[in-house]
Design a protein around this ligand. Structure first.
Ligand SMILES: Nc1ncnc2c1ncn2[C@@H]1O[C@H](COP(=O)(O)OP(=O)(O)OP(=O)(O)O)[C@@H](O)[C@H]1O
Length: 521
């Protein structure tokens, strides 16, 4: 799933996905442990076959009735199969929605508290629980109705069997001993059939779970350029883990032109240390809104080792440019190049090593401070000294050693045990360790107070040295020293120049500066 397009993760709510996977994988595990480890299904099947053989060999005269019994049971099983799949599906979805809602509420607990939203969340949760209860009742009713009907059919067939058998004994066509054995084995057959039907019911639920997982995953494409990079690193033997069939099929048809030209690992990264990054006539629409063109023929050159600031009104496409540079998406037309080479000839994992992203809200993992910094190079064995050096360069060492367990202090879920400025400096230390030639700062200091902002800005200045940097900022005061400022509007770069050049031009940038009433010299 990690290899699917980024669009897939935009389309589904994360909680819904994890809820779905948890509940469906849970039901898969239950069925496997019940039916495979304890052989329940296999035992029932062998008992049914064995008993039928014995019954046939005991009395071929009673075989037609036995046939009727088997036929009616299999018809019922087929009806059960058809009727339960949608109910199993909706029951699983109802369960996934509950866990999605709970995780969303807990992660947004501060927002809930501040809006006094507890009552609303409780009542929404109740609704979901009731929906789960009612789908559970429906499923239970269907299961028990099926079981009752099956039993009725089985018992009526047995009654008919005994009447026929009794009349044959009376007529001297069948011995009492054989009839008694026949009755004993029909009971064994009844229980075995019941066990088989229960297993079938469980399997229906499992198929519904598998179908749900597949329907979610098949809604998106494998990101073949990412899969290619992972394939190279893991080797073919490990690709079974990555849905190789699907991957091979997709890899052969999609983007074959670029896939065939994929270059070796180091090229993209090393070119980025010495060459400019150019967006050439780039057009882009998000897959979920393919009719809306966010970028339409955008041209921009990020000069090697220099700072480019990207400004512009909200919704003008600044973050979209970042997503394209990081290759979370590819341009729908036009191209992005590094030192003249199209980015698509480098596989995505290699290109990811060339770009460091520092956002307004950096995401930390719920491990220790040191491990979060070492995540800058997740595939390498990082020494503690390297981590400390990066933390010092990011103005983070002092506060880290004052934490209760120093570098081993857990940061909590999403870094919740640290302040915004501390999280930001750990993210910068992580980027320093990564040592990528391209740095993208997306509103990196906008959420901080003056003291934290100064500490973070110092760390950023250190990080920016010698790297091709793109800074996105709403507060124009933070970008006035950039080597060039690009104003993005209507999916294009409308103005480009230094701060003083753009002010002198008296265009959109100058009026934005005026709106912000900044005291520039
Ligand atoms: N994942 C997405 N799917 C569909 N449309 C999107 C997606 N992300 C952004 N958009 C749309 O693309 C347009 C550009 O968004 P973008 O986030 O790039 O603007 P921005 O200039 O960074 O805005 P801001 O300054 O407010 O962050 C907007 O109209 C937005 O609604």
């Amino acid at each position: 799933m990690l290899l699917l397009d980024v669009e897939f993760f935009d389309r589904f709510k994360v909680g819904e996905l994890t809820g779905l996977l948890t509940s469906d994988l849970g039901s898969l595990k239950d069925v496997v442990s019940e039916n495979v480890s304890r052989d329940r299904g296999l035992r029932a099947l062998s008992e049914v076959i064995g008993t039928i053989c014995i019954l046939f060999s005991l009395s071929i005269q009673l075989a037609p009735l036995l046939g009727l019994l088997m036929l009616s049971v299999s018809i019922l099983a087929a009806i059960f199969k058809r009727s339960t799949i949608p109910v199993f599906k909706s029951h699983g979805m109802a369960q996934a929605r509950i866990s999605d809602f709970a995780s969303e509420t807990f992660s947004a607990i501060r927002t809930v508290r501040s809006f006094v939203g507890e009552k609303k969340q409780i009542s929404l949760f109740e609704k979901l629980v009731f929906a789960y209860e009612s789908s559970g009742m429906k499923l239970g009713t269907l299961k028990s109705a099926n079981e009752s009907v099956t039993r009725i059919v089985v018992y009526i067939s047995l009654l008919a069997l005994y009447c026929l058998g009794g009349s044959k004994v009376k007529a001297g066509e069948l011995s009492v001993g054989i009839m008694a054995s026949f009755i004993g084995y029909t009971f064994t057959l009844t229980f075995a059939v019941q066990g088989g039907i229960n297993t079938l019911g469980d399997l229906r639920g499992t198929f519904a779970a598998v179908e749900r997982i597949n329907s979610v995953i098949s809604a998106s494409e494998i990101d073949e350029a990412l899969a290619f990079g992972l394939d190279k690193e893991l080797g073919h033997s490990d690709l079974g883990l990555l849905n190789k069939d699907n991957y091979s099929e997709k890899i052969s048809v999609l983007n074959s032109h670029y896939m065939s030209a994929l270059r070796s690992a180091t090229n993209g990264c090393s070119l980025a240390w010495s060459g400019d990054i150019c967006l050439e006539d780039v057009c882009f629409s998000y897959p979920l809104r393919s009719d809306v063109e966010v970028l339409s023929g955008l041209n921009l050159t990020l000069k090697c080792g220099k700072v480019t600031a990207l400004v512009g009104p909200s919704g003008s496409g600044k973050s979209t440019i970042v997503q394209l540079l990081a290759r979370f998406y590819e341009p729908t037309r036009g191209r992005i190049t590094v030192a003249g080479e199209d980015l698509r000839i480098f596989d995505k994992r290699d290109w990811a090593r060339a770009v460091s992203l520092v956002n307004q809200e950096p995401v930390l993992f719920s491990v220790s401070v040191g491990e979060n910094i070492a995540y800058g190079l997740p595939d390498d064995n990082i020494s503690k000294e390297d981590v400390i050096e990066a933390a010092k360069a990011a103005n983070a060492h002092e506060f880290i050693i004052s934490l209760p367990q120093g570098y081993d202090t857990p940061v909590g879920e999403r870094g919740g045990l640290l302040s915004g400025g501390q999280r930001q400096r750990i993210a910068i230390a992580r980027a320093i360790l990564k040592n990528a030639p391209i740095l993208i700062l997306d509103e990196a200091t906008s959420a901080l107070d003056a003291v934290s902002e100064r500490l973070v800005q110092e760390a950023l200045n250190h990080l920016m040295k010698g790297r091709t940097t793109l800074v996105i900022a709403h507060r124009l005061s933070t970008v006035q020293n950039a080597d060039q400022i690009a104003l993005c509007a209507n999916g294009k770069i409308a103005e480009l120049g230094t701060h003083s050049e753009l002010l002198a031009r008296g265009g959109q940038y100058a009026s934005l500066v005026g709106t912000q009433r900044l005291a520039f010299e």
